[in-house]
Design a protein around this ligand. Structure first.
Ligand SMILES: C[S@@+](CC[C@H](N)C(=O)[O-])C[C@H]1O[C@@H](n2cnc3c(N)ncnc32)[C@H](O)[C@@H]1O
Length: 265
């Protein structure tokens, strides 16, 4: 992704923050149990969350009793996160790009970014996160992957809709069960600020009807950035498949991955 594309696409989530809040699933609860163990999080631990959205990962952090500063680039996403976390006085939501955020001289026990780290400037994200951590503090990167499983045949058929209507789709794309962890390990290693990386994986499924699936697609930056006519044709093609070939519902297989490492002294 070029810097320009990143800067444009990362602003799309806040264009319909309420839709994002309604449609994006959260994360499997065992992720937060593991995070608590691996990062030593519990009541009063200080956590910085980057790219909190409307609070998908912030809420479970708050429920662990952590004191959370949650940042999001979008004012609208941040406003909904504040609403969703209103009952937690230990959570502060700040509307700011991580790259521009000027912290006080506090440090954090952990920095977490859930499905947002890839939107941050790669020249800044690792080093600034490391600088904000106390010695031995943990950086956790949560990523979400659509992998083989669920209604596989639907996604193979839908690829033909994308090839017809979305010029950015590479031909012949297929879902795989592969894991992509080496790139994350390499980024931790390149920074020279962290020790060994630990990974955890969580497989889960989400079943939805056509209208629910299209709403979910409208929360993805790539779909939001499509030309409206092309998107409308694509969505008609997908709806036709779900309703007429797949009996009105499909199942998507997700893999959530946690990569976590501690700062070295
Ligand atoms: C895919 S969403 C993830 C939201 C939420 N964490 C979740 O798990 O659903 C990415 C979020 O990162 C935010 N974001 C993108 N670039 C950012 C940046 N440079 N600094 C802070 N937040 C950013 C976007 O506004 C968006 O809310």
């Amino acid at each position: 992704m070029t810097d320009t594309n990143r800067e444009i696409l990362r602003t799309t989530f806040g264009q319909d923050a309420e839709l994002y809040d309604q449609c994006r699933p959260g994360y499997p609860p065992p992720l937060f149990t593991d995070l608590a163990t691996l990062a030593g999080l519990g009541p009063h631990a200080r956590v910085l969350e980057i790219g909190c959205g409307t609070g998908q990962a912030t809420l479970p952090l708050a429920q662990l009793g952590c004191t959370v500063v949650a940042l999001d680039l979008s004012h609208d996403m941040a406003a909904i996160a504040r609403r969703n976390l209103a009952q937690f006085p230990n959570v502060t939501v700040v509307a700011s790009a991580f790259e521009d955020w000027q912290p006080s001289d506090e440090t954090f026990d952990a920095v977490l970014s859930a499905t947002a780290f890839h939107w941050l400037d790669p020249d800044v994200r690792m080093i600034k996160a490391a600088d904000l951590l106390r010695p031995g503090g943990a950086l956790g990167i949560v990523s979400t992957h659509h992998v083989a499983g669920g209604t596989n045949a639907f996604f193979a058929d839908a690829q033909r809709c994308y090839e017809r209507f979305d010029p950015t789709t590479p031909p012949g794309m297929q879902l795989t069960a592969d894991d992509e962890s080496p790139e994350e390990t390499a980024e931790f290693e390149r920074s020279a600020r962290f020790g060994p990386v630990t990974f955890r994986r969580y497989e889960w499924q989400h079943t939805c009807a056509a209208n629910e699936y299209l709403n979910l697609l409208m929360t993805y930056s790539g779909h939001r950035a499509m030309a409206p006519q092309a998107r409308s044709n694509l969505f008609a093609c997908i709806t036709h498949l779900i309703d007429n070939v797949y009996n009105g519902e499909i199942t998507k297989q997700y893999r959530t991955r946690l990569a976590i490492a501690h700062t070295t002294p």
